[in-house]
Design a protein around this ligand. Sequence first.
Ligand code: PRP
Length: 183
Amino acid sequence: MTQRSEFEKVVYDGGFRTLLTAEAIDARIREVGRQITEDYRGLQPIMIGVLNGAFLFMADLIRHVEIDLEVDFIKISSYGNAKVSSGIVRMLKDINADVKGRHILLVEDIVDTGGSIKFLHEKFMALEPASLRFVTLLIKPANVETDIPIDYVGFSIANEFVVGYGLDYKQILRNLPAVYVMD
Ligand code: PRP
């Protein structure tokens, strides 16, 4: 008999609590998209997704931002395969665009300790953009150790390990359509 996959355990065995349904995520993304549309009209922002986690959020969000915008990606890593953020951020892929004088929106899936956005803030401010703001689907306010403002937040969540909708457990479960709590 084949072993049950982690995906099946989450979706069919009910071993994990659903934190955010696909419908709730979609509804909130539409609101955030509307807000960004209003705030960036005429500015042609460059939205930079932070890989890997933000790829789904980014793809869904930009379809609700109804203005001209550009897209790029940066890949960084702070967790590795651990469940707790290591605190050390490594850049694995840089952006390609020239962002000097541009309006940058950095798109994260989750802000946990804030180590990643601190790293990104420092890196992008040095490139002299016209403006720099952060968007995140999820934030754990109890864990954040930086006072860099997050301008657009999908959901504030408790300090629990979450998977799905781009967020992984040992690189798998990113393809779950909802967000689940893994105990
Ligand atoms: C996760 C997440 C954020 C960061 C948040 O990335 O995507 O970038 O950690 O944690 P922090 O606020 O404590 O820095 P991870 O390193 O797991 O890489 P991944 O996006 O490829 O899963």
